[in-house]
Design a protein around this ligand. Structure first.
Ligand SMILES: [Zn+2]
Length: 111
């Protein structure tokens, strides 16, 4: 299905896009994908629409790379995607992980 293989951009570049779009979600169509250079970036806020606790997921529908944030409080005006509707059918992307941190200094968090 995928015709072009892109080399994923470093996490640090994706993190900048993620942080920008969390603050300015409507800016997504104007943002250039760090991996492939296309303006095909999307952002959704999966989580619990009742508690407004969720995460941000940013991805590119051309290169299908993306990143997710840690837990955050989603502003009440922002549309959220319920957890059970957030899956690889609706958001088909490969998560670029943060840079490796030695396990001695880092405790794995379970979602
Ligand atoms: Zn891309």
């Amino acid at each position: 299905m995928m015709t072009t293989q892109y080399t994923p951009a470093p996490y640090s570049e994706w993190r900048d896009v993620l942080n920008h779009l969390i603050a300015h979600p409507t800016d997504a169509p104007n943002v250039t994908c760090p991996t492939c250079g296309n303006n095909t970036i999307h952002i959704v806020f999966p989580g619990n629409p009742e508690t407004r606790v969720g995460i941000a997921a940013v991805w590119c529908s051309t290169s299908q790379d993306g990143v997710i944030s840690g837990r955050l409080r989603v502003p009440s005006a922002q549309e959220m995607t319920p957890w059970d509707e957030f899956n690889d059918q609706t958001t088909p992307f490969t998560i670029i992980p943060p840079e490796y941190i030695p396990s001695d200094d880092y405790e794995e968090k379970q979602f």
